[in-house]
Design a protein around this ligand. Structure first.
Ligand SMILES: C[S@@+](CC[C@H](N)C(=O)[O-])C[C@H]1O[C@@H](n2cnc3c(N)ncnc32)[C@H](O)[C@@H]1O
Length: 231
C-alpha cells in the first residue's frame, strides 16, 4: 500500500471537494458525534493550546474551539483540504482561535513540550512511518499532555464483521463511484482501514513509543475507536 507522503497529499487534494459530504454519508453522520466526544475528553484537562494533526477540513479543530481560552493549531499535508478548512473557519469567525499550517505530522516544525493536547482524527493510518509519527506527537506534547486519536477499526464480533464487510465492499464503492472525483482514493481508505492495527495492537504501539495510561473505546460496533493516552 503506497503511503508515500506526496501520494497521500495528492490523493487528499483530489477528494477535498467532496470529503465532508462523503464522510457524512459513509459514517451516517456518526463521525460528528465522535468528534464531539473528543471535545468532552479534551475539556477535562483545561487545555490552553491544542495541536490538531491531519486536521483535514478542520471539523475537530472547529469542535475544539468551544473550549474557553484555548487556541488550536491545525496541521495537514494537503493544501486543498486546508483551504476548505480555512473557508469553514472564516465563515464561523474562528480565525482568532484556530490557525492552520501546512506540514507533515511525522516531521513537525514545533518545539518539544509545547502542546497540552494533540488530536488526530482519521490521520494516523496514512502515516508512512506510524511509530515515528506517533513519536513526533509525543515529542511536542507537554509532560502529562494528552494524545487523543480517532481512527477506523474493525468490529471484533464475527457477525458484525460480516455486516461491516458487506457495507464497506458494496455500499461504499457504489456511493463513492457516484459522488467522488477519485473513487480509487476510497478504495485505498477502505483497504488501509482493514490493514491498520487497532484496539490492543495500537495500544501496544502507543505504549512502545512512550505513551502511558492508554485507553480505547470502540464506537459504532467497532467501526471506529477513540484512543486516549498520556505523555
Ligand atoms: C481522512 S482525513 C481526516 C481529516 C479530519 N481529521 C477528520 O477527522 O475529518 C485525513 C487527513 O490526513 C491528512 N494527512 C495524511 N497524512 C498526513 C501527514 N503525514 N501529515 C499531516 N497530515 C496528513 C490528509 O491530507 C487528510 O486531510
Amino acid at each position: 500500500m503506497n503511503k508515500n507522503k506526496n501520494h497521500i497529499r495528492k490523493m487528499f487534494d483530489s477528494i477535498s471537494d467532496e470529503y465532508d459530504f462523503l464522510n457524512n454519508v459513509i459514517t451516517i453522520g456518526q463521525h460528528l458525534k465522535w468528534k464531539s466526544e473528543i471535545v468532552e475528553i479534551a475539556k477535562s484537562v483545561n487545555p490552553k493550546l491544542i495541536l490538531d494533526l491531519a486536521t483535514g477540513t478542520s471539523d475537530i479543530a472547529i469542535n475544539l474551539s468551544q473550549i474557553k481560552n484555548c487556541k488550536i493549531i491545525g496541521v495537514d499535508i494537503s493544501n486543498d483540504m486546508l483551504s476548505k478548512a480555512q473557508k469553514k473557519i472564516d465563515k464561523k469567525n474562528l480565525s482568532e482561535i484556530i490557525s492552520l499550517k501546512t506540514g507533515d505530522a511525522q516531521n513537525l516544525k514545533f518545539n518539544d513540550n509545547k502542546f497540552d493536547i494533540v488530536t488526530i482524527g482519521y490521520g494516523i493510518r496514512n502515516f508512512e512511518q506510524l511509530e515515528a509519527g506517533l513519536k513526533e506527537s509525543h515529542r511536542v506534547l507537554k509532560d502529562d499532555g494528552l494524545l487523543i486519536i480517532l481512527e477506523t477499526s474493525v468490529p471484533s464480533n464475527k457477525f458484525l464483521k460480516f455486516l461491516y464487510n458487506i457495507y464497506t465492499l458494496t455500499f461504499i464503492p457504489v456511493i463513492t463511484r457516484l459522488f467522488s472525483n477519485n473513487p480509487a482514493a476510497y478504495n485505498y481508505l477502505e483497504k488501509s482501514a482493514k490493514e491498520f492495527p487497532y484496539g490492543k495492537n495500537l495500544k501496544n504501539i502507543l505504549l512502545k513509543v512512550g505513551f502511558s495510561e492508554v485507553e480505547f473505546k470502540p464506537k459504532m460496533l467497532g467501526a471506529s475507536t477513540i484512543y486516549t493516552s498520556k505523555k
